[in-house]
Each structure stands twice: as C-alpha cells, then as structure tokens.
Ligand binder design. Sequence first.
Ligand SMILES: NC(=O)C1=CN([C@@H]2O[C@H](COP(=O)(O)OP(=O)(O)OC[C@H]3O[C@@H](n4cnc5c(N)ncnc54)[C@H](O)[C@@H]3O)[C@@H](O)[C@H]2O)C=CC1
Ligand SMILES: O=C1[C@H](O)[C@H](O)[C@@H](O)[C@H](O)[C@H]1O
Length: 335
Amino acid sequence: MKELKVGVIGCGAIGKAHVQRLSNEVAGAKVTAVSDYVQDTAREVAEEYDAQFFASAKDLIACDEVDAILIASSDPSHAEYTLECIRNRKPVLCEKPLALTASDCEKILHEEMMAERHLVQVGFMRRYDSGYVEMKKAIENGRLGTPLMINCAHRNFYQPENFKTDMAITNVAIHELDISRWLLSDEYEDAQVLKVRQNTKTNSDHLNPQLCILQTKAGARVIIEVQTTNAYAYDIQCQVVGELGVINLPDPSRAYMRTEAHTETPLMTDWSERFIDAYTVELQEWVKGVHKNCVEGPSAWDGYAACVTADALITSRKTGKPEKVLTIEKPEFYK
Ligand SMILES: NC(=O)C1=CN([C@@H]2O[C@H](COP(=O)(O)OP(=O)(O)OC[C@H]3O[C@@H](n4cnc5c(N)ncnc54)[C@H](O)[C@@H]3O)[C@@H](O)[C@H]2O)C=CC1
Ligand SMILES: O=C1[C@H](O)[C@H](O)[C@@H](O)[C@H](O)[C@H]1O
C-alpha cells in the first residue's frame, strides 16, 4: 500500500501521541509535515520524526507533500482548518469537537457537499473502543431488547487552568453525546442541564459537576454526569438499560492486588491511556478509508449533531428548562 502522507496540525498532548501512532503503529501512513501555534513545539516534533515544519497550518494543508491532514490543535481552531482542508480537497480527521458553533458546522456541511466528496471525519474515537463496539452489537442483535436508557459518567481527575463551564459540554461530554446517538442509532429530541451540588474541591471557577438529561426521538433517555475535574480518577462509565437487561462498558483491565485484608485496583488519571487502543484503530481505519477514497468514520454530520445538542444543553443551563435539539433536515449526502 502506498504510504499516505499525513500533515498534523497541533503538536500538543494528543497531537504528539497521534504523530507517534501514525509513525509507528498505523500501517500505510507517514507523517510528512507538522505545524503548531507554538513553533518550537512543532520544530521539535518535525526533527524527531523527520517531517517538514510549517509555521503556517494553511501552508501545510496546501503542500503537495501532504495527502491528508489530522487536526489536533485546540478546539477554537478546528472549523477554520477543516474548511481549509475541504477547499484544498484534502481528507481531514478533525479531533472533536468539529466546531464550537452550529453555524460553523453548517458551513463545513455546505462546503463538503459542494466538494461532492466525504472528506471530513471527526475524532469520536470511542466508536472504535472494543467495549462500546460490544455494547452496540448487543443492542443490534436484540439480546438487550429495546434500549430504554443510557446512564453515562465522564469523570476527570484534572483539567487545564483555562477550563470554562461550557467546555464541560463542548469538549468533555461531547463524547457521550456522540456515543449515545451511535449506540441507539437515534437522534436527540430535547436536552436539559440540571443544577447539581458543586464539588468544593474544584480547582477553577467553572461549574463542576453538571448533570445532562436528554430524550431521543424514540423516547429513550440519556443521562450524562460530567465531573470536569477533581474526581477520584479518570473514570468513564456507561450502562445501556434495555427491556431484557443491561450492558455495561467494561473497565480497563488492570491487575488488582490483595493485601492487608483489602483488594486494590489502580485507576487511570487521564484520557491518554483509557482508550489507547481505540485511537490506533480509529487512525488505522481512517488511513485505510482515505486510501480507498471511502472514509466511513464519524462524519461532519455527526460533528454537527453533537454540536447542536451541546448548544441546546448550554442554553438549557441558562434557561433552566429542557431545550429542543433543532438540526437542519439531514441532507441525502449524509444519509
Ligand atoms: N479524542 C480524545 O479523546 C481527545 C481529544 N482531544 C482534542 O484534541 C485537541 C488538542 O487537545 P490537547 O492535545 O489535549 O491540547 P494541547 O493544549 O495539549 O495541544 C494543543 C496544541 O495545539 C496548538 N494550537 C492551539 N491553537 C492552534 C492554532 N490555531 N493553530 C495551530 N496550533 C494551535 C497549541 O499550541 C498546542 O500545542 C483538542 O481539540 C481536544 O478536544 C484532546 C484529548 C483527548
Ligand atoms: O476528549 C477529551 C478527553 O476524552 C477527556 O475525557 C477530557 O477530559 C478532555 O478534556 C477532552 O479533550
């Protein structure tokens, strides 16, 4: 297989990890170009992986030595870079979220449809996690019966200092918004944020925790507890409740110790380990899809649907009421 020449924008925590994965774990790809707002960060990665350094992300996107782009820069930059990739007719895997506003997502939908090619994939990598894949199979083969509810918890051990209340939804719970739609093959009807007693240990001035309650068009309920920081560990829980039973996302397998009349199981403290295999599968499937000119991962529509739902949740937090999740009519292109 000819090697896909990938340009990576954003060489921070996950950007560096993705460069490492693309270089050493994913077949059929190599990183030929990197860029970052902080130039020295990108220069170091360029040197380590023998890739070309670009001061400008737009120059990286346009470069002939770049076939496809992975966007791993900060959330506010995703929409503009994704649009630039589409204008250059280059496949792009954009880390979640696709954009911070529904209108930016709609611009991306429009540009991609004008290009008449599925160029955009969004980094909702939990769809590639073996535990979630097993849960979806149990729903689809009917063993659970009709799914009635999903109970989720997204608990973080820490967040960067600049973390804001809205990011609990647009950056953190966005994973649960996507994975619940995907598990249920359903769309959201309405969304509400309920106030919760606050964690006094929260290390910055944002609301923590928040509780989201959504209803799907089929009437299922999705409940998402979001602890953005100062939880006991980095812990992701998900249970689907069906007519015939329940299925739980398995905890990562870790050795457990028995000592001094206790058992002890280590927990994780951040995202980088929790879904480590899913990131590799996600990138491998993306590279294969680009090679076949058939990218089938989470689409720009999935990014848009999550973003519109996030908007409804943020509005609900301010109004105190459930808010309708109102998307445009789903274009044929995304069906
Ligand atoms: N799928 C997942 O599980 C995860 C996804 N992410 C997403 O990946 C992205 C990066 O997150 P982290 O690596 O944790 O952040 P980070 O802050 O460690 O890295 C972001 C990098 O992007 C650079 N950057 C920021 N704005 C830029 C711009 N306009 N142009 C070029 N470079 C720019 C920064 O200088 C920094 O080096 C975020 O969008 C985040 O939502 C992050 C962690 C996990
Ligand atoms: O996507 C992610 C990770 O999955 C973490 O759960 C969050 O804490 C992080 O902020 C976000 O970028």
